[in-house]
Write a protein that binds this ligand. Structure first.
Ligand code: TUI
Length: 316
C-alpha cells in the first residue's frame, strides 16, 4: 500500500489505481473557487484537481477545461453541480472535451450516467446517504464520494464519521470520504473507516494557487471550531458558511418564517461576492467545520506532502 519514491511517500489504493494519480487526495469541486489554476496545481502535486462548474454557463466550463489541459498533462476532473440550469449542456461539454473523470453534487446524476459511461468517463457522484450510494452503484458509478455535513457549502444530514462506514458496507465500489478532513489525522481516520481516498475542499481554499480573494482566505484562516453556521435548513437547501452578517440575517429571517424568494435574495450571488470581490461581510463564505484547523497558506504540493507524511506516520 505504501511506497517511497524519490523521497516521497506514495500510496496505492483502489482510487489511485482507478484515476492514475499518485496520492488518494481529491480536490472538492467548489463553485467559483475550483477554477483551472487550483485544479492544475492539485493535479501537478499528484492529487486529482477538479474544475468546479458551480453555477457557471457551459461555455465558461469548456474554457476552463481547455485551460487546465494547456498547463498540465496530469489527470483532472470536472464537478457538475446538478442544480446548475445548464447542467445538461455541461454534461455534454465533458464528453466533447474528453474529460476523464466527473464528480457530481447536489443531486442525482442518473440521467447522464449512460452517456458518460459510453464516453469512457469515470463517474464519481457525491452522495450524502446510503440510499443514493446504492442507486449510483446500480447506475454504473465507478466510485462515490460520501460527504458528511461537516463540509462547506450544500450539505446533507449525516456526519462523515457515521456516513462513510455505512456507505462502505452498502456498496462494493470504492468510497471517498469528504467533510471535516484537512490533515494527516483526518486522512488516516477516513482510511480506517474504509475509505480509499479523501476529498478536501476547505484546506485547498487557502492554497497559494487558489485565486480566492485574500479576504476569503483570511476568513478561513481566522475561523475557530464553532465559526460556521448552516442556513437554509427550512428551505431544503442547507448551506454551511462561515458566520457573518449575511448568515445572521438569513437565520433571523428563516426563524421568522420568510419565504424562499426572500431568502434567496440574500444568498443569490453571495458566493461570487465573497470569492471574487472579497466581500466577506455581505457575501457567502462557504467553508467546512474544519476551517478551524486550517491555519496557513501553502502550495498544494506542500499540503499534500504534509498530509501524506503525517498519515504515513500514523498508519504504518
Ligand atoms: O454540492 C455540494 N456542495 C455545494 S454545491 C454548491 S453551489 C450552490 N450554491 C448555492 C445554492 C446551492 C448550491 C455549494 N456547495 N456538495 C455535494 C453534495 N451533494 N452534498 C450533498 C449532496 C447531495 C444531497 C442530496 C447529493 C444528492 C442528494 O440527493 C439528491 C436526490 O435527488 O436524491
Amino acid at each position: 500500500m505504501w511506497l517511497r519514491e524519490n523521497g516521497k511517500q506514495i500510496m496505492k489504493t483502489k482510487i489511485t489505481e482507478l484515476l492514475g494519480i499518485a496520492y488518494p487526495i481529491i480536490q472538492g469541486g467548489m463553485a467559483w473557487v475550483a477554477e483551472y489554476h487550483l485544479a492544475a496545481a492539485v493535479s501537478e502535486a499528484g492529487g486529482l484537481g477538479i474544475i468546479g462548474a458551480g453555477g457557471a454557463p457551459a461555455t465558461f466550463v469548456r474554457e476552463q477545461i481547455q485551460k487546465v489541459k494547456e498547463i498540465t498533462d496530469k489527470p483532472f476532473g470536472v464537478n457538475i453541480m446538478l442544480m446548475n440550469p445548464e447542467a445538461d449542456a455541461i454534461a455534454q461539454v465533458v464528453v466533447d472535451e474528453g474529460v476523464k473523470v466527473v464528480t457530481t453534487g447536489a443531486g442525482n446524476p442518473g440521467k447522464y450516467m449512460a452517456m458518460w459511461k459510453e464516453a469512457g468517463i469515470k463517474v464519481i457522484p457525491v452522495i450524502a446517504s446510503v440510499a443514493l450510494a446504492k442507486m449510483m452503484e446500480r447506475a454504473g458509478a465507478d466510485a462515490v464520494i460520501a460527504e458528511g455535513m461537516e463540509s462547506g457549502g450544500h450539505i446533507g444530514e449525516s456526519t462523515t464519521m457515521t456516513l462513510v462506514p455505512q456507505v462502505v458496507d452498502a456498496v462494493t465500489i470504492p468510497v471517498i470520504a469528504a467533510g471535516g478532513i484537512a490533515d494527516g489525522r483526518g486522512f488516516a481516520a477516513a482510511l480506517m473507516l474504509g475509505a480509499q481516498a479523501v476529498q478536501m475542499g476547505t484546506r485547498f481554499v487557502v492554497a497559494k494557487e487558489s485565486i480566492v480573494h485574500e479576504n476569503y482566505k483570511q476568513k478561513v484562516i481566522a475561523a475557530k471550531d464553532i465559526d460556521t453556521a448552516v442556513t437554509g435548513r427550512s428551505t431544503g437547501h442547507p448551506i454551511r458558511c462561515i458566520r457573518n452578517k449575511t448568515t445572521r440575517e438569513y437565520l433571523k429571517l428563516e426563524q421568522e418564517g420568510a419565504t424562499l424568494e426572500e431568502l434567496e435574495k440574500l444568498t443569490l450571488g453571495g458566493l461570487r461576492k465573497a470569492v471574487i470581490e472579497g466581500d466577506v461581510v455581505g457575501g457567502s463564505v462557504m467553508a467546512g467545520q474544519i476551517a478551524g484547523l486550517v491555519k496557513k497558506e501553502q502550495t498544494c504540493a506542500e499540503m499534500i506532502q504534509e498530509i501524506m507524511e503525517q498519515a504515513a506516520g500514523l498508519l504504518q
